[in-house]
Design a protein around this ligand. Structure first.
Ligand code: UGA
Length: 428
């Protein structure tokens, strides 16, 4: 086996694991550090601790080929490493700014352990200027290499990125980090650190604005009788606009868009700029959640108190088991607040006692059970299995057959023929 570049990856989460697997696939010798014992034990026995298509297979391959191994703790992982990737969470703090405590803890833990000349590569999404702070803590060169992978398609996104962005004040260090990804053939954009950190926030903010735009457009289409799907078709052929990321839904969520848009508003505010455009996109997203709740209320007979409502899907999108900042969870909680009995089903959430984020919601074993006795059912996550349901059976178990399809996943004509009242997003 040809020896590769020695790389450490700190954090075996949604970003760290696909990154470690991809770097190992490119031929580097990767050591991945995790401090959570349960997660480490799962990885040691070949289990991926979250749902990510294809990741288990790729990890098994690179572990078997000796290109990737797991260790406990960052200090052990960085010994002998020429590059140290930091892939830990930066959740939203109380004031909207990113909470950097995990990144700073890692920096402090590795500070005295790094090899001379080692380069720290930060993949975590951090406010502009953080690289300089990490250089001060670690005493070594810190390069910013923002991550653009999506949950659910993380393996493909890591092996075939659209672009690789590397930001460093030391351009030679930046190029060396870029070379780690040369196998991908992706365009390499070398910038200073502040610019690289800004590119990450700008990408997520732009995508979130695009979604808020299409969701607002869908709301307008409902009022004027247009079909948003055809509007998007007409827009998308304009190559300056494109078709991607224009599917209307219950609002955007996940572990990144809400926190990164809030952080960018905050970064702008601290710098003396009122990013009103982005603030409006965030406000429009809350309206999108509220519109789904209003539709459910309307279809349930104008009143939620004392009614049963079915909820299909709880994760923030299909293909992941992640419910962080999920619009589906926000909507389910609001329905509970308004007095409804919420019966929910998601293929990744087992029936039984509700976890904290779903308190007050009854978790069901399947989609039929979730709409038993319901006055309306809301489809909130676009799981494919909802397309294949027996809607005659659904109709028969409901108190009244009314369906809010917040993802435009189903066929309204077929449902109406079966006796459903149907409400989609921005479409007749
Ligand atoms: C997002 C970005 O797409 C990644 O490029 C980025 O690396 C990642 O955040 C991050 O910062 O780590 P992810 O959070 O996995 O990735 O989710 P997306 O696939 O972008 O979806 C975000 C939200 O938009 C979801 O709630 C999804 O349902 C919604 N969405 C997406 C729509 O409603 N319509 C669409 O057409 C696309």
């Amino acid at each position: 086996m040809t020896p590769g570049v020695r790389v450490a990856v700190v954090g075996a989460g949604y970003v760290g694991l696909p990154t470690a697997a991809a770097l190992a696939t490119f031929g580097h010798d990767v050591v991945c550090a995790e401090r959570d014992e349960a997660r480490l034990a799962a990885l040691a026995s070949g289990r991926v601790p979250f749902l990510e298509d294809g990741l288990g297979g790729l990890l098994a391959q690179v572990v078997a080929s000796g290109k990737l191994r797991f260790v406990r703790g960052a200090a052990e992982a960085v010994r002998g490493a020429e590059f140290v990737f930091v892939c830990v969470g930066t959740p939203e703090g109380d004031d909207g700014a990113a909470d950097l405590s995990f990144v700073e803890e890692v920096a402090a833990e590795i500070a005295g352990e790094l090899e001379p000349g080692a380069i720290v590569v930060n993949k975590s999404t951090v406010p502009v200027g953080t690289a300089a702070e990490l250089e001060r803590i670690t005493g070594t060169t810190v390069v910013s290499n923002p991550e653009f992978l999506r949950e659910g398609t993380a393996v493909g996104d890591s092996l075939h990125p659209d672009r690789v962005v590397v930001g460093a004040d030391d351009r030679r260090a930046a190029r060396r980090v870029g070379e780690l990804f040369s196998e991908t053939g992706a365009p390499l954009i070398v910038t200073d650190t502040v610019t690289a950190e800004t590119i990450k926030y700008a990408s997520n903010a732009f995508l979130a604005m695009k979604l808020s735009f299409v969701n607002a457009l869908a709301a307008l289409c409902e009022l004027i009788g247009a079909d948003v799907r055809d509007v998007v078709l007409g827009l998308g052929y304009d190559r300056r606009i494109g078709f991607d990321f224009l599917r209307p839904g219950p609002g955007w969520g996940g572990s990144c868009f809400p926190k990164d848009t809030a952080a960018l508003v905050r970064i702008a505010e601290d710098a003396g700029y009122d990013f009103a455009l982005l603030r409006a996109a965030i406000a429009a997203n809350h309206e999108a959640h509220a519109r789904v709740v209003r539709k459910v209320e309307e279809l349930a007979g104008g009143e939620l108190a004392g009614r049963t409502v079915g909820v299909w899907g709880l994760t923030f999108k299909a293909g992941t088991d992640d419910r962080r900042s999920s619009p589906a969870v926000a909507i389910a909680r609001r329905l509970v607040e308004l007095g409804a009995t919420v019966r929910a089903y998601d293929p990744t959430v087992p029936p039984g006692p509700s976890p904290q984020d779903l308190s007050g919601t009854v978790l069901c074993a399947d989609a039929y059970d979730a709409c038993r006795g319901a006055s309306a059912v809301a489809l909130l996550t676009e799981w494919e299995e909802f397309r294949g349901l027996d809607f005659v059976k659904v109709h028969d178990v409901m108190a009244s057959a009314a369906l809010v399809d917040a993802r435009n996943l189903l066929d309204p004509a077929a449902l109406r023929r079966t006796g459903f009242t149907y409400a989609g997003v921005g479409r007749p």
